[in-house]
Design a protein around this ligand. Structure first.
Ligand SMILES: Nc1ncnc2c1ncn2[C@@H]1O[C@H](COP(=O)(O)OP(=O)(O)OP(=O)(O)O)[C@@H](O)[C@H]1O
Length: 412
C-alpha cells in the first residue's frame, strides 16, 4: 500500500494517527500542532505575563516532562518572557520517587532550568514510606495528596514564586468532571474544570496548561521528541473511583475520539451554570487543600500507567517495524474494580480560613495536613482514624476525611 501523505503538509509521510481527531500526520506536523494547541490555550486564557516566574511541578513522569519541554520551546519561540524552574516534591518513596527524581535532575540539565526539591521528611517529619509503615496502604494516598498540595505551595513560596503549573491533562480533567457529576458535586466540578485555580487566601496560583491535551498525545509527543521521562507508577497506587471514571471515558473514547474534549467542554459549560455563591465569588476558588490537583492523580486510583506503558511498548515496536502509520489501540478489558461505595456529597460552599497551627489555607480550624500529622505523631492512627476494612479506597478515603472532620467538630 502506498504511504499516506500527511493530512497537514500533504508532503511528508504520515506516521501518526492523531488520537484526538484521527488525522494522519507526519512527525514534524504532529509536534508542531501539539505545541501550537498548547500555545493557543496559554494565549487564549492569558495564563502568563511577561517576566513571570513560574515553577513547573516536576515529578519526572510523562506529563510534567512534556509540560517542561513544551513550555521551554514556546517560551523561546514566542518570547513569553517567562522565568521557568522545576519544583519537585520528594514524598520519600524508595524505589519510586528517588528514581523519578533522578530523571528530573537530568531534565533540569537538559532544559537548563534550576531545580528545587522539597521533601515530606523536611516539611512534615515523615516520609511516605514511614507513613505507609504506620497506617498501611489503605488510605495512604490521602496523606500523600494533602501533603503534596501543601508542599508545592510551600516550595513555591520558598522560591518567592507565585505561579505553579502542573501536568494535568484533558483525560485528568474529564475524569474529574465525570467523578463529580457522578457524585453530584457541582462546586467541585466547577473548580476542577478551571484552567487556573486560585484563592483569595493564597497568593499562589495553580494552573494546568495541558488541560486540553490528550494523554495519548502527550505520550506520542514525548516519544517523537525522545524526551527523557520516568514511566513507573507509584508503588502505593490504589484503584478506586477515578479508575472507574477513567475506564468509562476510555471506553467512550474508543467509540468517539472526541469524547474526552467533549466531556471537558461539557464540564466547562456546567461550571458556568453553577451559581457564583456556590462555586466562589468571581473566580475559581477552592480550599487549597481539598483538590487532588496537588499532584498525584493516582491519589484517586488512576490506572493509566498500565495503559500508557502498553502504548509506549507499542510505539517502540512500531519504531522497530518502521510502520507507516501509528494508531494506538489499547487492550480491551479493565483492571479497575467497580466503585461500590456511597459517594454522594452535599453541595455546599467552602469558607476559606487559615489553619490555626500552620497558617495554611483550610476550610477547617486545623488543616487536613496538621490533623493527619496529629494522628501520625500520636502513633495511633489506626485507632484515631479507622480506615474501613474491605472498602474501596475512595470510600475509605472519604470515610477517613469524614472521621477527621467529625473529630475536628467535636474538638471545637
Ligand atoms: N512529586 C511531585 N513533585 C512535583 N510535582 C508533582 C509531583 N507529583 C505530581 N506532581 C504534579 O502533578 C501533576 C499530576 O500528577 P499525577 O501524579 O497525576 O501524575 P501524572 O499524571 O502521572 O503526571 P506525571 O506524568 O507528570 O507524573 C504532575 O504532572 C506534576 O505536575
Amino acid at each position: 500500500m502506498a504511504p499516506t501523505a500527511c493530512f497537514n503538509c500533504k508532503e511528508a509521510r504520515a506516521v501518526i494517527i492523531r488520537p484526538k481527531n484521527r488525522h494522519k500526520l507526519c512527525r514534524a506536523c504532529f509536534i508542531s500542532i501539539f505545541e501550537t494547541e498548547v500555545h493557543e490555550t496559554i494565549i487564549g486564557t492569558n495564563l502568563f505575563f511577561p517576566g513571570e516566574r513560574v515553577a513547573i511541578g516536576a515529578s519526572g513522569g510523562k506529563d510534567s516532562t512534556v509540560l517542561a519541554a513544551v513550555l521551554k520551546t514556546l517560551n523561546e519561540r514566542y518570547n513569553y518572557g517567562l522565568d521557568l524552574c522545576l519544583l519537585s516534591i520528594d514524598e520519600g518513596i524508595r524505589g519510586y520517587r528517588d528514581d523519578s527524581l533522578e530523571t528530573v535532575k537530568r531534565n533540569a540539565v537538559q532544559y537548563e532550568m534550576p531545580l528545587d526539591i522539597l521533601g515530606y521528611s523536611e516539611l512534615y517529619g515523615w516520609t511516605m514510606d514511614q507513613v505507609v509503615e504506620q497506617v498501611g496502604k489503605k488510605g495512604n494516598c490521602t496523606y500523600c495528596g494533602v501533603f503534596r498540595r501543601q508542599a508545592l505551595d510551600r516550595g513555591a513560596a520558598r522560591l518567592g514564586i507565585k505561579h505553579v503549573v502542573t501536568g494535568h491533562n484533558a483525560d485528568d480533567v474529564a475524569e474529574t468532571v465525570m467523578m463529580n457529576l457522578l457524585r453530584g458535586d457541582l462546586p467541585r466540578l466547577s473548580r476542577g474544570t478551571s484552567i487556573v485555580t486560585s484563592s483569595d487566601a493564597s497568593d499562589i496560583k495553580r494552573s494546568k496548561p495541558l488541560k486540553y491535551a490528550y494523554e495519548k498525545e502527550i505520550v506520542l509527543y514525548a516519544h517523537h521528541r525522545q524526551l527523557d521521562y520516568f514511566t513507573t507508577e507509584c508503588i502505593y497506587s490504589p484503584e478506586a473511583f477515578r479508575g472507574s471514571a477513567r475506564t468509562l471515558i476510555k471506553d467512550l473514547e474508543k467509540i468517539r475520539p472526541s469524547s474526552i474534549l467533549d466531556i471537558v467542554k461539557s464540564g466547562e459549560d456546567m461550571a458556568a451554570l453553577v451559581p457564583v455563591e456556590v462555586r466562589g465569588a468571581g473566580k475559581s476558588k477552592q480550599s487549597a487543600e481539598e483538590e487532588s490537583a496537588g499532584g498525584c492523580g493516582s491519589q484517586n486510583g488512576r490506572t493509566s500507567g498500565g495503559e500508557m506503558a502498553a502504548m509506549e511498548e507499542q510505539l517502540a515496536q512500531n519504531d522497530e517495524a518502521e510502520s507507516l502509520e501509528t494508531e494506538i489501540k489499547l487492550p480491551n478489558g479493565s483492571r479497575v474494580k467497580p466503585n461500590r461505595g456511597p459517594t454522594g456529597k452535599a453541595v455546599k460552599a467552602q469558607t476559606i480560613k487559615h489553619c490555626e497551627r500552620c497558617n495554611y489555607i483550610s476550610s477547617q480550624r486545623i488543616c487536613k495536613a496538621c490533623t493527619l500529622l496529629d494522628g501520625l505523631n500520636r502513633n495511633r492512627p489506626k485507632t484515631a482514624i479507622e480506615v474501613g476494612v474491605g472498602m474501596e479506597d475512595e470510600e475509605s478515603s472519604s470515610t477517613l476525611m469524614r472521621q477527621m472532620e467529625r473529630a475536628q467538630l467535636s474538638a471545637t
